[in-house]
Structure formats: structure tokens, C-alpha cells
Design a binder for this molecule. Structure first.
Ligand SMILES: [Fe+2]
Length: 145
């Protein structure tokens, strides 16, 4: 799985490279987060929580990068970026399930559980990064002019 990530992310420039890294971090947040809740062994649970704390910090770094990028874009560009981001994310999420689903099912985690967790992580990330201007924001900006 790691070699596929490495080859795929170098295909299209720095930003896409970072996006693929970020996608792996988001999937890891979902994976270790759901595993930490289901695994009975306290040592493994603790390790999952440690990995999870690390991933959250890595995601915060990416979040800042992508938020700054998005501020320079038109809303339509942000929308297109968000659509391709979600498409890539969904492909990776499905690939991870194919590769690790049996392991997760061993802890009572269903495909639906994993998908819901992963998509929740993705949605929260996009909500923090994509800032489409609302009418009130536009009105406030005009009021300051
Ligand atoms: Fe990471």
C-alpha cells in the first residue's frame, strides 16, 4: 500500500503530492481512531491513541497549507478542488478497506463503520479548509469599504 501511495503522489506536482500525503493522514486518523475504540487490548489501544495524536498534528500542518491556498482561489476553483479531493479520498478509503478490512472486521468493525468514520474525518477536514464566502461575509466586506 505504501509503495502505491509513493508512486501515485509524485505523478502530479507538489500540491497533489501533499494531497496524497494528507489523504493518508486522514485515513490514518479514521483507521486508528476506530481501532482504538474497538480493540480490547490496553497496550494496542494506547498505541492507536498515540498514533492518532501524531496524525492530528500532521493534519493540522496540511490544513494550514491548504487553507492558505484556498484563500487565493475563486469559489468555483475551491469547489472543483473539493470534488477531486473527495474522489481521490473515496478511492483510497476503498483501497484501504480492501487491504485492511479483514483485520478491522476481526475487531467487530464493519465496512459501513469504517466508511462512516473515514468520511466523517474527510468532511470535517473540508469544512475547516474550504471557506466559500457567505452572503454575510460579503456584506461585511462591502460595509468596510
Ligand atoms: Fe502522519
Amino acid at each position: 500500500m505504501n509503495s502505491i501511495f509513493r508512486k501515485f503522489r509524485t505523478l502530479i506536482g507538489l500540491e497533489f503530492n501533499l494531497q496524497i500525503l494528507l489523504t493518508a493522514e486522514l485515513i490514518a486518523e479514521a483507521y486508528y481512531g476506530i481501532l482504538a475504540k474497538h480493540v480490547p487490548d490496553p497496550v494496542i489501544k494506547s498505541m492507536c491513541q498515540k498514533v492518532l495524536r501524531d496524525e492530528v498534528k500532521h493534519i493540522a500542518f496540511h490544513e494550514e497549507f491548504f487553507r492558505l491556498n484556498q484563500r487565493r482561489w475563486l469559489p468555483i476553483s475551491s469547489t472543483i478542488w473539493s470534488l477531486q479531493f473527495q474522489a481521490v479520498f473515496m478511492c483510497v478509503e476503498r483501497a484501504v478497506w480492501l487491504d485492511h478490512g479483514k483485520c478491522l472486521m476481526g475487531f467487530g468493525i464493519s465496512k459501513h463503520d469504517f466508511r462512516a468514520k473515514a468520511q466523517g474525518v474527510c468532511r470535517r477536514f473540508l469544512n475547516r479548509v474550504i471557506m466559500l464566502p457567505s452572503l454575510s461575509t460579503s456584506a461585511q466586506a462591502h460595509a468596510k469599504m
